[in-house]
Design a protein around this ligand. Sequence first.
Ligand code: ATP
Length: 987
Amino acid sequence: MLAEELVLKQRTKILHALCSSGSAEHLERVLDILLAQGALIWEDYQNIQVPGRTLYTNARQLLDLVYTKGVDTCGLFLHALKLVLPEAQAVGLSFSESCSNLEENDERQSTSNQTLLAQRPSLVHKLQGCVDGVLEALLDSGHFSSADCDEVRLPIYTPTQQARRLLDHVRSRGDLAASVLLQYIHQKQEPGLPLNQRELTPPKEFLKYQKKLSSSVSAQACFLSTYGGTSHMSLDDIYTDGELELAEVNAHGPLGLEDIVGLAGIVNEEADTVLVSGEAGSGKSTLLQRLHLLWARGLALQDFLLLFPFSCRRLNSEHNELSVQELLFQHCCWPDRNQEEIFQFILDHPHQILFTFDGLDELKQSFTDEHRVCCPTQRAPVHVLLFNLIQGSLMKGVQKVVTSRSEAVSPLLKKHLRKEVVLKGFSPAGIDCFVRKHHRDPTVAAKVLESMQANTALLGLCHSPVLCWIVSQCHKELLGCGEGSPKTITDVYLMILQHFLQHQSPLKSTMGLGWLQEHLKTVLLLGQLAFEGIRSTCYIFSGTDLEACGVTEKDICMVFLIKSKDMSSTHSKCYEFSHVTLQCFFAALFIVLSSNTNRSVIPKLFELENMRETGLTRVCFGACLPSSDQQQQASEKESKAAETPNLQITAMFVSGLLSQRHQNLWLHCCPSAAVEKKARQVAKCLSKGIQKHFRSIPQPVQGEKKSMHAMPDFVWLIKCLYEMQESQIAKDAMSKLEVDHLKLTYCNIGPVECTALAYVLQHLRNPVGLQLDNNSVGDVGVEQLLPCMHICNSLYLRNNNITDEGIRKLIAKVIQCDSFQKIALFNNKLTDACMQDFSYLLKTKQVFISLRLGNNNITAEGATQLAEGLKVNQTLAYLGLWGNRIGDAGTEALASSLEKSNSLVWLSLVGNGVGSAGACALANLIRKSTSLQELWLTENCITRTGVECLIQALKHNTYVTSVWLRNNDLSLEDVEEMKQLESRLIF
Ligand SMILES: Nc1ncnc2c1ncn2[C@@H]1O[C@H](COP(=O)(O)OP(=O)(O)OP(=O)(O)O)[C@@H](O)[C@H]1O
């Protein structure tokens, strides 16, 4: 089919692929490529990217334009789309076959400005992380004013958008400005080295080696192991982008895969190691696998000639001392010839080599920087090599990407990081996309999605890719379970247990609860294997390990165990659980079902916190094994013992499995008295753990509120309480908490944690302020919090990815909650669309005192709607709209409504384009207000005229204590003069 026809026929699909994520990034990347190709000219670009228009309208404009430009442009467009959205093919989009040259168009480079266009895609990439540097250079060279810089830096832009706005501005300033930018980038890339010297000519043997390495990386990366036992699922078919953010919050917006090694968010220029952290099952290994595959196919990370992938889980089984050379060649890819030459080339070009280490938390040894190894030919234990590579004392300059669970990252490791990015799992759009990829039949996909949407607790769980996978895999069970739809993590894992066990004997219909009894032996065997592994940080099992536990071929066929992938062919056949969380689940099943575990196993499992403090975690848990097992006891002493995050997950499953709701399951599998006893033990441990946490809260300083800053273990404990689903236990545990303010900032709170929080906080006796700043609550999390809103008097949700949709539901709830008085929502994704809801809140709740909506996307229209609510409200004391775009019109609307307020004491409109007209409107407010004390107008393009209005008004007002006017359009002389006239003005 002709490219033109393809564009026309697939219009809806293309629009969906480009816009459904809600982010403009895909469209902008396509535009970058088309501009670089010359397929669009600058004027076309401006006609498409009209500010303020919706994303869909811009995308439609582009489609209209490429269609009218004819077949060649359509072909280029489809190829650009394929580059930007390789996954789109998997959802049914076809791309034309004829491919014009997609290289950046270097031929057109005659002026610097043309180079800016021709190299736009790579410049956007290279500019990330150095936008500030370029702006400074342009400011110094006089090509940019500080207002230009501010416009580029607007916090509503993502890092890539900032880069594009910078390029657009530079273009309008002419060729000299463009050359300043290009020079800066070149300097940054290779300081001191002229461009033409950066080329290298790898020796022939090296190129052969590169080919061999990339084909084995590709072979290893193309399938996903969780699907190993059931169906082969290619990564291309199922990979769905997860949400990636810089750990340093507020610095940038969402990141793409290549940004992991890009310039955005570098905190330590000297370091070469990037950490990708995230919760269990958030998709860290899969993300690395995707990067490996894209590199091997030449689609990403092309600055790296070689990529060496390592799995820390597999490195655990390397007991020999190795040199780096041996590590690379033996564990990744063996060079057929000229080993030394190839290794020398690697040493000479460290900047073009990338190592990835998956699952640092699974390494038997904890990170330390005690043993130094600097020489690449010196042999050392593998973990010592790894730690030296991470620190950069060995093979400095080689880039490393390391993944780890967030909880397992020590401050010592952080010291050596170039940056940390956090993988937060799937966004709501990601869940949708994943389910549609998993179920190619759109009717089935729609039904699965519908049942997820109908159960928000389950939807919350599905933000975790591993849970989304299970739920999708078990869709038949899910669709058939009606009211009893799963709501805890344990429910979801029980569902997959039943799914695979029943798969095993499809003919014998094991109705009711008999399915577990029928397979009890297998469950116990796998459980013991899992349990032994968890307590000794062992995730790979040899044939001998399996035999020792009595696991047979038949048990292996069950799909819970899969063959372990290994790049080196030297190792014999090994097995691992299809995901480590499944291993934790089996370990928990073993603890619940076995009569063979020590009585103290449950108390020890829940005393992790105490043990961690005394450094005893691992040893203590190891000692819980049956005391007769002498051999195990001996080997225990040598190996590193269990890893806390997996023990915590196991403990959470134990809580869930021992819940009353599931006790019927165990009836015919073990004595009820034993199960009940274990359940009592868990309840006691949880209660004790929570009480201990509460006792650690310091007494408040006189005059201050009593505040508790929750530690990560608090989140774990309340998740266990939620898994138990016994409200009396939750009530007993929580009723003794007496604080005014509960702070859970930077605690990895996502929707799942919100469900647990709401479940336990409902039982508090007195209202609290709930501070959840800098987490990943999102709209689904907000919905999960609703059941505890009646006990909250204030809610702080700064930087939590919340949109208008979440706010709509939140406000519908809080207007019914008598004590709710304050809300802070800085740095979210709010637009004018939710201002009506806030307006309604202000009209309805005459106890509401503080509304802070800084750094969202609110314009004059939203401010005008808010003003409607302010007209009738007589309680609001604090109103913060810092960093929005309300402009002079929005300011006028607000000011005139606030004239009637006798409660407002603090108003911030910092960085809103208020201008002098807006300042004059605020002057009227000052004249009339008898309550306002502080007015913040920093960075608002206010000129002398505006300030003069304010000065006149202040003459009639004695209540205002300060008006902040820093960074406005005033000369130094103006500032000096006005300071003299009015001392309450702060410049
Ligand atoms: N981006 C993704 N697209 C599709 N499926 C995914 C994605 N990420 C994860 N999954 C699914 O979830 C499973 C678990 O993900 P993964 O093993 O990558 O998590 P992890 O963060 O490395 O977990 P852990 O910390 O426990 O090792 C995968 O095997 C896969 O089935």
